[in-house]
Ligand binder design. Structure first.
Ligand SMILES: [Fe+2]
Length: 310
């Protein structure tokens, strides 16, 4: 595990304590894989999945990005029961070379980036609000209501992230982030543990404000993919928003001027990488990219930002 605080922390803005104490974090020396026990999924768990999915289905049809909608429609991700990892994984592999790897819980950075570098995406088979979730996190203060996204959770992992991995450019972008994280951690430039941890936090902030909680400008070009036209200025591309009814509702309300809880900020990579986040609540800001291509280009053109040398 990379140390949580470094002497460079004062450079970050919006620093909010964001560790959840007591959660087991798996590393590469642990037995971190855990096959999905698909035959023993409870009716109750399928019911939770169905409620979560169906409450979001039409909102996402109207407001999520094109990449998401096309991916979702081409994968066996049911709206009424748990998805079967073994049915999904080969289809993603055919499209973009990524596969799903079923894991036991949170992974440390080293393992996470190492897995991503192999084009594997870690997914968990436990769902929020279920007895298995309660048992696993007993005694831990982790948010666990139906509207929010506690990670890791099968709904966030599969419904939120996986459809995007059917898109080649997006899948390559995810691979580049994983590879950069892996390179930073290996510290072949000899920066030392503090700078490694600091640069990793920059990369985690970047990931957070883009593929977890990012928005795209709505140009109106994607309405042909929707049953109902998108009537706000943004499309949702962040998986953390997509898998949370509360977060989607918050984005829509703020975009329509019905709430001022969160603000919309223009994409600014230098600002985003230095902006920390709180993962235990609705986000106070969303960064808006002009297109997915511009996001990929910006990431490639600004690699130096993740090699801060102090
Ligand atoms: Fe996520």
């Amino acid at each position: 595990m990379v140390s949580q605080s470094t002497k460079y922390d004062h450079l970050f803005k919006n620093v909010i304590p964001n560790t959840i104490e007591g959660i087991r974090i798996f590393g590469k020396n642990d037995n971190y894989t855990k096959p999905q026990d698909y035959d023993n999924v409870l009716n109750l768990e399928n019911r939770i999945w169905a409620d979560l999915f169906q409450n979001l289905e039409f909102l996402l049809d109207q407001y999520s990005s094109r990449e998401y909608l096309l991916g979702l429609r081409s994968l066996p991700i049911p709206n009424n029961m748990f998805p079967d990892f073994e049915a999904i994984s080969p289809l993603i592999e055919n499209s973009t070379g990524w596969t799903l790897i079923s894991v036991a819980g949170f992974l440390d950075e080293e393992l996470f980036f190492d897995i991503n570098k192999k084009r594997q995406f870690p997914v968990t088979d436990i769902i929020r609000q279920s007895p298995r979730f309660a048992e696993k996190y007993a005694g831990i203060d982790i948010k666990n209501d139906e509207g929010y996204t506690p990670e890791p959770d099968i709904f966030h992992d599969i419904q939120g992230h996986i459809p995007f991995l059917m898109n080649k450019k997006y899948a390559d972008f995810m691979w580049e982030i994983g590879s950069l994280g892996d390179e930073i951690l290996k510290d072949e430039r000899g920066l030392g543990p503090d700078l490694v941890a600091h640069n990793l936090k920059r990369l985690q902030n970047f990931a957070w404000w883009t593929y977890e909680f990012g928005l795209i400008k709505n140009t109106g070009d994607t309405d042909s993919f929707r049953r109902v036209a998108n009537d706000m200025d943004y499309e949702i591309c962040g998986a953390g928003i997509i898998s949370s009814l509360d977060e989607v509702t918050n984005v829509v309300k703020c975009a329509k001027g019905e709430s001022s809880r969160s603000k919309f900020l223009p994409y600014n990579i230098e600002e985003m990488i230095m902006t920390c986040f709180d993962y235990s609540n609705i986000q106070d800001r969303y960064y808006v990219i002009s297109s997915m291509d511009s996001l990929y280009e910006s990431f490639r053109a600004n690699q130096r930002l993740f090699w801060f040398e102090g």
